[in-house]
Design a binder for this molecule. Sequence first.
Ligand code: SAM
Length: 302
Amino acid sequence: MSLSWKWFIEYQTRGSAHMHGIRRTLHSESTEFQRIDVVESEEYGRMLVLDGKVQSTLRDEHIYHESLVHPAMVSHPRPRDVLILGGGEGGTLREVLRHPVVERAVMVDIDRRVVEVSREFMPELSGGAFEDPRVELVFEDGRSYVQGRRGEFDIVIADLTDPLEGGPGALLYTRDFYGMVSSALKEGGMMVTQATSTYYSDYCFATIYRTASSVFGVSGGYHVWVPSYDSTWGFVFGSKEPDPSRLVGRFEETARRIGLEGLRYLDERTYQALFALPKELVSKLQGWSLVATDEKPAFMPV
Ligand code: SAM
């Protein structure tokens, strides 16, 4: 077999990696925050890569974005004001705007270039979301945006780069930060965050889970298989009232009632599967006591 592409290797740990055949590089630059690459991969189509980590691919981004957004949005009775932290490529914003009840969607990304590059090379990801009149786009550190806000949002969605040491997202996974998010939420509000791999960095997922539970009265975690990440990917929610796990068995009926349309991945069965964490992970979560703080954040190793 002759292969006419180069290989991009993404490390999950020092001893494990996912190889992607790359036909060509469409764009590369280093900003003050991170390195940005957009490449055309053989298997997944165009991919956005930040600091050597695949963020979104055209083939499977909907699995990640639907799973991040809709459990929180569907379980909240009236999510009118939504804040997205990060989310540069616009897929999270696109999913939030599917909800007719949304009146205001603020997206705060630290790096203007991720948004601009994604709009130019992968416009399918935002699907016109940035032109929606309900959207406010802000370029600022998500943490400084949230700090000092009181009772402003129904839902906060953290779609940030992984907590890598020295990376721009590292201090947005701590107890101190979740305290600020809790203050920025209205009564009955909730936050959800991407929470790394539940397999390769289960200790990181467990720490984010425990950290959220140290701040919020209702909290939990779920995950989904994302092929381009080569792993099950975790999400953690922290809430003042709604609990997405209680929507199991009623997801489709509720989605229909609130006018949520156009989903490609989530239905009754896949929604239920999100919450089916394996037994060994559940017992790890139950026994986990580490909470990430500003003084002692939790990092992914690579
Ligand atoms: N789906 C992705 C994943 O987990 O692989 C994450 C999506 S998105 C591309 C991550 C975004 O978070 C980037 O656009 C990055 O610029 C942004 N980001 C990182 N740190 C941030 C911060 N402190 N404040 C706001 N945005 C931040």
